[in-house]
Design a protein around this ligand. Sequence first.
Ligand code: ASP
Length: 469
Amino acid sequence: MLDKVLIINTGGTIGMVHSEKGNTMSPLRPAENWNEIAKEHPVLKGFATDYYQFHPLVDSSDINPESWTKMAQVIETNYNNYRGFVLLHGTDTMSYTASALSFMLKNLDKPVIITGAQVPLEKPRSDALQNLVTAIQIAGNEFYGIRLVPEVCIFFRDTLLRGNRSRKNDARNYFGFSSPNYPSLAEAGAELGIKKNKLLKKSKGTFHIETALDDRVIIIEIFPGLKPSYLKNIFESIGDLKGVILKTYGNGNAPTNVDFIDVINSLTSRGIVVINITQCTTGTVKMGMYEASIKLVDAGVVSGLDLTPEAALTKLMYLLGKTEDSEEVKKLMSIDICGEQTLNHYNFKFTQNSPAKICKFSFEIPKEIAGGDMIEAALRIKNLSLKNKIDKINIRISIEGDNFIENIEKFQSIKTLKKNKDNINEDILLNFNKCVKKIAEESRVIKITLESDESIVWGDAVFSIYSEC
Ligand code: ASP
């Protein structure tokens, strides 16, 4: 059996046939079985495959988390008996399914190749045969020298994509899918060129499935003119809401008006996890880059970095299904699970509410980060306030590891306070890219010292690190 591939048909255009034999004007219906699909294509009979069919076969518009659970269960039941799996699926929600399965199939070390077609297999100029044959070959690992593809992928036309990076971007052309923020995993021309260094590493753990998905989530796309009152009504009317994916502009920017921010604040104060992803096809959210995203940071919104909407939504469902602890969900949303994002984002928080001239805090660098992986590190301090009324104040900030002193003294610009006010209006924002990289190479701890000549309530500090996955 292990030389075989299991084809799992869930539905979609690929396996549809005309309801009246020979009448290409008659409506399409799902084929009854594999023979009906494969009968006109003897080439398909030459592959060592078994076939499993969902009942009923569905247009992928009807796919939901229960369908994903069923798919995961079929793969689990048959896992040890096949070299790999081909999942036939409608193209409309294929990227959602590919993303969901990537989180649900744990320690996957066999190919799960999802494919479909824009035109049914039985039509003369269909794209289905090429898609299906190549998907079977990749799942069966049939090409000399190809390393097993240990991940959930989409194969379409001539390209193999990581499932949780894929998007359907064309309803007409045969090249229907793209992977905007990650290269393709293979190109299928005259030869099949697998890009080994782009594949996930084979997992050492035991394969199992995790099917608890929490679907109490919603995606909201902002647009110029969006009325905060509409949003408020939507959110207030969903009593059990657990997570929101907010599709914002550019690098993660959103309106800054009080009403909009109030709506977001009311979500986060209800313990609802809000994830910021971009409406742009390519690129990443960089919260804090523009003032237009600082208020989202302050409201407790989490950066979804360069997650696709499909990956963000299914990752959020998966993590909410895993734990009730919304802080844990927020933390895990920013860390890569199975190749779905380009960077990891860690936030280390510290609060100091009583006045002092010196404020020290330290944190452990997560084990997964090596010095060389560090891309960016930044310190943000907000809500500073002064004990004594003075016009200006100097703040010194130093940063060091635990086994040597790398005292990179930063002289913070002079803060000018308005008369009779005891708050510092500006946040402190500093970049420590180079020194943190250096510290992380030699130390597992980062210590930060803030100093001034006056007593300060230092407020809330957040040290953010971005590292390569
Ligand atoms: N509506 C179909 C589906 O997603 C389209 C297709 O299969 O391409 O099931």
